[in-house]
Write a protein that binds this ligand. Sequence first.
Ligand code: B12
Length: 216
Amino acid sequence: MSKSNLNSQLAQFVADLEEDTVLALVKQRLEAGDDPLKIIDECNEGMREVGQRYEQGEYFVAGLIMSGEIFREVVELVQPLLEQQAAGKSSGRVLVGTVSGDIHDIGKNMFGMLLSCHGFEVLDLGVDVPPDVFAAKVIETKPDIVGLSGLITASFETMKETIAALRNEAQKHNLSFPIIIGGGMIDDQICQYVGADHWMPDAMAGVRLCEELLNK
Ligand code: B12
């Protein structure tokens, strides 16, 4: 196992794919009243390390799958607490999905879950969603905001196509909605390249942005 400089024990266990230990520690910390978002952040750090170990050839796809499963189980444990903490007012409708060619959904699901916890109505199109499906769904559902997720390099091109299709359709039907994007490798440059209105580095920041956009 490679040595890594992870900031927390939990991140280390996630990185080492120690499923049982991760889940036991998360349960213990939740019982002790720890902040569920902090727990998620630490697991996120462990996931980034899994990605690096995969890049370095230490882990294979099975390792990625295992980490995804561990993260999903952690989210299941923290979700009820997040739901309890959040206010239940309805604040708008957000259409979310992972763009075509990309099947990563953990970050998108987390964004959707946190949005629901903060009173948003979430319409989730799933993963590998073609541009024309996104475009058809905005006409059908008229969301206040559209959120696209993409984690692999190839997603940037399909994000660009999706955003072009969305803008085209919006113009034809006189609709207006901000498009926000997120995913591990997204930054300012990619946001500009694909033509999105905003990008956010994490799901909670995305929820805050949605709140700000709708309060305007
Ligand atoms: C788990 C995982 C998988 C799982 C996914 C399971 C699932 N159900 O999602 C599986 C095994 C399926 C998988 C498959 C592959 N993966 Co993968 N995977 C990962 C890994 C380890 C973690 C991703 C993750 O879930 N992280 C945790 C979540 C919470 O983080 P996140 O998604 O970034 O989301 C956060 C923010 O970005 C943000 N966010 C996300 N979306 C959105 C959207 C909006 C609107 C907002 C506001 C915010 C937001 O909020 C989240 C929390 O704050 C990453 C490594 C990494 N560093 O990300 C590689 C990684 C993304 N995978 C990679 C690769 C290469 C692959 C494969 C091609 C491997 C293969 N040879 O088959 C396939 C791709 C298949 C495809 N076509 O999509 C590469 C991509 C490299 C690249 N440059 O393209 C990475 C970076 C690993 C690496 N370092 O090499 N993978």
